[in-house]
Design a protein around this ligand. Structure first.
Ligand SMILES: *Cc1c(COP(=O)(O)O)cnc(C)c1O
Length: 363
C-alpha cells in the first residue's frame, strides 16, 4: 500500500472511552453511579420533545432522509432570521469543519487558529495537506489581533471558537465586529459557536447581522450536540452567504444528515423549556465550581460554555485518580495544558459528587 503521506502521518483524534469500557476496566458494576463529564454533553439528557419525535419516526427509517433537510432548514431559517439558502447541515458541526478544509485547503495553504483551540481544526487541515498556524492565547483567550497579523497570502481559513473548547474563554461582541471589519477578503473566518445557547446573554456575538448584510467570507457553525443534548445523533449547521454555502454543498454527500436527527432537531427547536433549564443548570454549575474550587486551592478559567477548565497540576494523574472514584473528566495534555483538566457542568448532584472526588484526590 502507498497511502498519501499526509494521511498516514495524521494524528487521530482521541475521544473519551465508552462508559461501558471504562466501567469494565475498573470493575464497576453499576454504570448509573458513574459521573461522565468528559465530552461537554448535556447532563439533562435530550429534549423530551426530541425523544418523542424520534420515537414517532422509527417506522420511517427504511426511507432515505430528505437530503436537503427542507423542513428543518425552513424552520431554522425562520428562527435565526436568515434565508434557507444561508444554511447547510452536517453530520455534526465537525463534518462542516472538514467541508471547509476540503474546499479551501491544499498543500501550501494554511489555517490560522488558537494554540489552545478545538483540535478538530488542526486535524481537518492536515487531512487536506493544509498547515495549521497556531497562535498563542494569553490567559487562554483568542488573541484576535495576533491572528489577523498571522494571516499570510496563503491563508485560506481562520477559526475562532467562541466560547473556545477546551478553555471556555470568550471574545467580546465588539472585538468580533472589529475583527470582521479588518478581515482580508482572501480569507474565510469561521466562528465556531458550538456553545452559543448557553453563553451569557451580554457576551453573545451577532455574527449573523454581517451575514444578513451580505458579507461573503464569514461562516458561523452551531450544533445540536451541546445545549440541545443530541450529540449521539450527529447534527450541526453552518450559517453563511449562499455563495459560500454553495461551495460547501459541493463536497457534501447527499444523505449526510440522517432522518432521525432531522426529526429530533425539528422538535428540539420548539422545546424552549429544555433550553431554559439547560442554561440554568449550566449557569448554576459554573457559579458553583468558580466558588468552590478556589477553596481547594484550584484555579479555574472563567467560562462561557457548559464546561470549566481547572488547573489541578498533573491533569493526567488527577484524571486517573478521579476515574477510580467513578468521575470521568478530560485530561488536557493533548492541548498542551498538562496541568489542567476539563470538567463538563452536570446536575447539582453530579457537581457535588465531582467536588467531593476532587477533594479526595488532592495531592
Ligand atoms: C463539540 C464541539 C464541536 C462539534 O460538535 P458536533 O458534535 O460535531 O456538532 C465543534 N466545535 C467546538 C468548539 C466544540 O466544542
Amino acid at each position: 500500500m502507498k497511502a498519501k503521506e499526509w494521511i498516514s502521518d495524521l494524528r487521530v483524534y482521541e475521544p473519551g472511552k465508552p462508559l461501558e469500557e471504562v466501567a469494565r476496566e475498573l470493575g464497576f458494576g453499576d454504570l448509573t453511579e458513574i459521573v461522565k463529564v468528559a465530552s461537554n454533553e448535556n447532563e439533562l439528557g435530550p429534549s423530551p420533545m426530541a425523544m418523542k419525535a424520534m420515537q414517532e419516526t422509527i417506522s420511517e427509517m427504511h426511507r432515505y432522509p430528505d437530503g436537503g433537510a427542507f423542513y428543518l432548514k425552513g424552520k431554522l431559517a425562520d428562527k435565526l432570521g436568515v434565508d434557507p439558502e444561508n444554511l447547510l447541515f452536517g453530520c455534526g458541526s465537525n463534518e462542516l469543519i472538514v467541508f471547509l478544509c476540503h474546499v479551501f485547503l491544499r498543500q501550501g495553504m494554511n489555517l490560522v487558529m488558537g494554540a489552545e483551540a478545538f483540535a478538530v481544526y488542526f486535524l481537518a487541515a492536515a487531512m487536506y495537506e493544509g498547515k495549521a498556524i497556531r497562535i498563542p492565547m494569553p490567559e487562554h483567550v483568542h488573541d484576535l489581533d495576533a491572528m489577523l497579523t498571522a494571516i499570510t497570502p496563503e491563508t485560506r481559513l481562520v477559526a475562532i471558537c467562541n466560547p473556545n473548547n477546551p478553555t471556555g474563554t470568550m471574545v467580546s461582541p465588539e472585538a468580533i465586529d472589529c475583527f470582521i471589519e479588518k478581515l482580508p477578503e482572501h480569507v474565510v473566518a469561521i466562528f465556531d459557536e458550538a456553545y452559543f445557547e448557553v453563553m451569557p446573554e451580554h457576551m453573545k456575538p451577532d455574527v449573523l447581522k454581517h451575514i444578513r448584510a451580505g458579507k461573503e467570507n464569514i461562516i458561523v457553525l452551531r450544533t445540536f450536540s451541546k445545549a440541545y443534548g443530541l450529540a449521539g445523533l450527529r447534527i450541526g449547521y453552518a450559517i453563511g452567504h449562499p455563495k459560500l454555502i454553495g461551495l460547501l454543498n459541493k463536497v457534501r454527500q447527499p444523505f449526510n444528515v440522517n432522518g432521525m436527527a432531522q426529526a429530533a432537531a425539528m422538535a428540539a427547536l420548539d422545546d424552549v423549556p429544555h433550553i431554559v433549564q439547560t442554561r440554568e443548570m449550566v449557569f448554576q454549575g459554573l457559579e458553583f465550581f468558580a466558588r468552590e474550587l478556589p477553596k481547594l486551592g484550584l484555579e479555574t478559567v472563567p467560562s462561557g460554555a457548559n464546561f470549566i477548565l481547572v488547573k489541578t497540576g498533573n491533569g493526567r494523574e488527577v484524571f486517573e485518580r478521579l476515574q477510580k472514584l467513578k468521575v470521568i473528566v478530560r485530561p488536557m495534555d493533548p492541548y498542551g495544558l498538562p496541568d489542567h483538566i476539563r470538567i463538563t457542568i452536570g446536575t447539582p448532584e453530579q457537581n457535588q459528587t465531582i467536588l467531593n472526588a476532587l477533594k479526595a484526590v488532592r495531592v
